[in-house]
Design a binder for this molecule. Sequence first.
Ligand code: PLP
Length: 414
Amino acid sequence: MSEPRLYFDSAASTPVRPEVWEAMQPYFREKFGNPGSLHSFGQEAIKAVDESREKIAKSLGADFRQIIFTSSATEANNLAFRGTIRKFWWNFFKKVEKTGSYLPHLISTAIEHESVLETLKDVQDRGAAKVTILPVNENGLIDPSAIKNALTPQTILVSVMYVNNEVGTIEDIKKISSIVREFRGNSAYPLLHTDAVQAPQFLSCNPDILGVDLMTLSSHKIYGPKGAALLYVRNTNLLSPLITGGGQEFGIRSGTENVPAIVGFAEAAELIMSEREALKDKISNLASRFVDGLRDSGVKFEINGFDVGNKSRISAILNLRFPGINAETFLTELDLKGFAASSGSACKARALTPSHVLQAMGLPGEKIKESVRISLHKFLTEEDIDRGVKIISETLSHSSRTKSINYETPADQI
Ligand code: PLP
């Protein structure tokens, strides 16, 4: 019998854990009611949504009314940006009429997820806001003083991700928060948003401790189901809805709630936050074993970004460059041998475009083409790690196709 496939792409999605699956089950069949209905079926469903909201709020250290469920982190990021801009226009409409044109300003970074960068590009292209995208250093770190210099009286929102999804770099959100808060003084703006999707397994996401006004989290990155995510909103008076209708989610996100997914998300969030310390150690040991195993097997590689063990990175996401390979061919060969990894974020990976994160870190095109993302999850064992190392090392030594790379190819043509 062939060995089970190995999954090394947890930054794209994690497997649903058994406890979560169990918790969700009743809400597909016997407790299927619409949370908006007044009868007992509806009561059962709204109770589950409310309990889930309470569970997540408590795990995060937030208030019940500050948790807005969405269908995905992509939607939550859209809500954060478009909802803030929309509310700003609404609040300031009369003032704008008096004072002439006033374009709100947003600040973000070059290594954000596509759901941030594409949304910001869209609002700028539509003339709804002016956007400043700040660079990062060779490890993917943003310099907080660059944010200080970019702030203007028109800045209404700063958005910096907590943990990067391609290289695992942790940004200094607390420091950025102190800069934003000092700048805004007693006024409402600028707000600070963080996309913390890759963080909760390893870092506290308490919005008060981080000092954020808006925060995005996603269920399927923490062993929950797809179809549920959230936006933490410190002050809902500063956010306009993008989806209007029945007034669910305190009027901020209408549409019948995805009850089973929300129940699963809450269960996953509570569990992951309670086991964070043990998990951190486990994944960090697995990551070291993986990297040491590759070195011991004589595999030539470099780590893009901070070295394993550095405090400014999470250990679960390894972005490795294997000189001489073509990542796409290499990943296909690995997949055929039962080892699933990726070349970047899931959306980008399908489009086969070079990673904007590695580009922003200054990697030339030929090195980006040699880079793969290997991300670890809690269900991997030491045996899985050793088998993964063996598959990589054998694939590299046997492959002739992976070595056919044209170093002359410019980055923009990859
Ligand atoms: N933000 C980050 C940092 C991510 O890694 C991802 C998914 O890869 C997203 C946002 C989008 O998440 P979702 O799949 O829930 O839309």
